[in-house]
Ligand binder design. Sequence first.
Ligand code: HEC
Length: 375
Amino acid sequence: MSYDTESEASKSYTLAWIAALLLLVGFVAGLLIFPPLYEAPKAEASDMVIFFGRFHPILLHLPIGSLIFLAMLEVLCMGRRGEAKHGSTALLALFVGAAGSVLAVIAGIMLSREGGYAGGNFSLHQTMGIIGTAGVLLALVIRLMAMGQGNWELLHAYRALFFLSFGIMSLGAHFGGNMSHGSKFMTEKAPEPIKSQMIAMEKWMLSFVEKPKPEKTEGNAPAAPKAPEPPKLVETPLTPTPPSTPTPAAGEKLVFANLIQPIFAAKCNKCHGEEKQKGDLRLDTFEFTMAGGAESAEKKNNVVPGKPADSLSYQLVISAEDEDMHMPPEGKDQMTKEEISIFKWWIEQGASATQKLDIAALPADLQAAASAISK
Ligand code: HEC
């Protein structure tokens, strides 16, 4: 099969133009109907909006797949022969990628109407997703123009814009991944030399959208082991431990910081952490845990020192999994039997922020699990 550049150049691409313009109009209309918000939505979204929104985690795979495929094709298309051979495939991949991005962005914004989405990862994810998609759409238009006119320079300009938008979108996607898998998902197991680079880069980007927090959060000291929460007991009269408990010596472990927090981090904080606060509850610091959420804040019963049976969090964890308010919600990664017992034991011991961790003080059947969690 021979390929004639002349006739290719004079193709009119009418259908492609119509499709591209429809996509553009769809994107703009979608953004007008569902403008991106950066604070809690004021009105409750309809079930329909949230139903469609929940397709976001499925839809987003479409642009990932097609745009990565396109990025590879575009490398081939840098030469005239490659473009002649693969140009129209690239156009198709670009079209599918752009359509997928538009769908994913609109669904994502619809999903955010569910509420509970806030924080730096969310802001960056939303902003970069929208900018990246706009860039890919513009790139589509430019590629169509370039192909229609057989304009090689314009094709180069297109490619530069595409790779730029692709980069923005990939980074934006990463912050979305942080939202669903936790902020340390990508960096936690990274090899040491690039780990600190990655964390520094993330922090730098987040610094544009996050207000400075008075409180230190994880990730501040990548090299050092997670520092135990300093005893901020003064404001929390609930706890029976004397407020003047000294800071534990370096290397010393605490029940809350080294046993309870890791359990919350693994099983609860996707929904009750910095990024999302379902039921207005955060469990990522001692203060937030004791402060409680929508229901428990007033009754001060999210965790009642000494009384697991009165502590809402514990009650919900031990309730039957198909109970309405069971935590973590049905189908999510559940607490293990040992984790539940350790949680209960901590509450019974007075739910302290500063109690030192002495594995031997735990009931014998929990010691193995406890040392695994706290190591
Ligand atoms: C997949 C998301 C998710 C996970 C994981 C999760 N929760 Fe929840 N949690 C929710 C939602 C959603 C609500 C609000 C439910 C409602 O109000 O109907 C909630 C509400 C709560 C409340 C009620 C807060 C209040 O004061 O009203 C408590 C307590 C709670 N969760 C504890 C936990 C604990 C403890 C864990 C970990 C073992 C956990 N949750 C894990 C989604 C989650």
